[in-house]
Ligand binder design. Sequence first.
Ligand code: NDP
Length: 446
Amino acid sequence: MTYDFDLIVIGAGSGGLAGAKRAAQYGAKVAIIENDRVGGTCVIRGCVPKKIMSYAAHTADTLADAHGYGFNVDVSFDFKKFAEARNSEIDRLEGLHKTFLDKAGVTLLNGKGVLTGAHEVTIDDQQTITGKYIMLATGGHPTKPPVKGAEHGFISDGVFDLTELPKKMVIVGGGYIGVEFASIFNALGTEVHLVLRRDVMLAGFDQDIRDHLTNELKKRGVIFHCICNTETITPKGKQKLVKLDTGDEILVDEVLFATGRKPNTTCFDIDLPLCDNGAVIVNNKLQTQGEHKHIYAVGDLTDRVNLTPVAIRDGRMIAENLFNDGDFSLDDGDIATAVFSIPPLGTCGLNEALACEEYGEDNIKVFKTTFRPMVNVLPNRDEKMFMKAIYHKKTDKLIGAHLMGRDAPEMVQFIGTCIKAGVTHKQMLQTMPLHPSSAEEFVLLK
Ligand code: NDP
């Protein structure tokens, strides 16, 4: 049987783009279908514009600290100007991704692609193309909880449509997105109310970094509303009145729901086994678990670890296996990850609770340190750095690292390599510390 394409990719986000380009590089005839902007969540309405906002927020901190280093500064912040500059950069990146596709020889088709047969994809109910292999790469979308008046709040995509900095804001949800935007808006000058249904944020993270970050955010002025739910949101002129089930009422300019994401599963009209949360089930080669082994799914659509680098690795792995005689399998263990809060977090491996569960409390060694980084001394900034290392006693191997503070995300990338490589405590202590740095404190932990 002949097909129009060797590979059809539905979704031009991080995973789809990476897979399509890699497959084309090996000579495959590839089509990629996208019904929105090329770049997906990460580039258009996620990691990249968020990181740019985080840089703006850090700039506010740097300016606030400048007096400590002898600078006399008197500046103001033009949010609209900043938002325009950020959006132009996203336009530029989208253009770059289109150019990369073009250069790789990948055919970009605009419209909503739906897998309507085993090898058949229909675009906007009009055009049908066939592919020998199919890669579903449609990612996920943010969700809102069933709150009365939820339509008066926005999801994370809406952050990038703001033309004015909100003076007061409620953020519902204490996951990555809630905590990152709480930090960013707080640093830029917004009064932020963080509404959590539990007593702590960042479920699944090590308890110590959760506590340390909560403490730092409180010091910075983020107002926590814990163990409560949003009951109603009612417009009051240009503002919104948020009622919590504790009886508290908060009048704000904006409400952001950061209450999780769901996989985008409207890209197929054939039977594919799904998990309880609606994600597509895949095996360790990323093959879907229906009757057709040539249909693959990647990234957030499979809801394993919802991170851009995971989706990219997924897309490339499929291309390598199909078009370069590869035999790669998934390896989702010990992924270094960062929360771009202020101060930021970097984490990799097991948290202390999981390490105890897996090895037993008596079989692990835990070392911690808290200190004020040198950079904060002259400006008299009351912000600490926290580091924690967890080693397995029997093998002496590093099995967990949890950092909070400036440059923690940059450090944890390489600590992740140490964990992957099975570096031992002895080897860590033999490593010459780089002085003066914050990173040396991690090497010296004992
Ligand atoms: P998360 O799943 O991380 O967090 C969702 C938050 O919303 C949790 O605090 C959760 O509370 C809360 N929540 C869920 N439902 C409700 C509800 N009905 N009412 C009130 N609160 C609720 O989702 P995010 O949206 O923050 O992020 C989505 C994904 O995006 C993450 O899994 C992450 O992998 C990825 N991401 C990664 C980033 C990075 O790498 N830096 C940055 C941004 C996103 P509870 O804890 O009680 O469940």
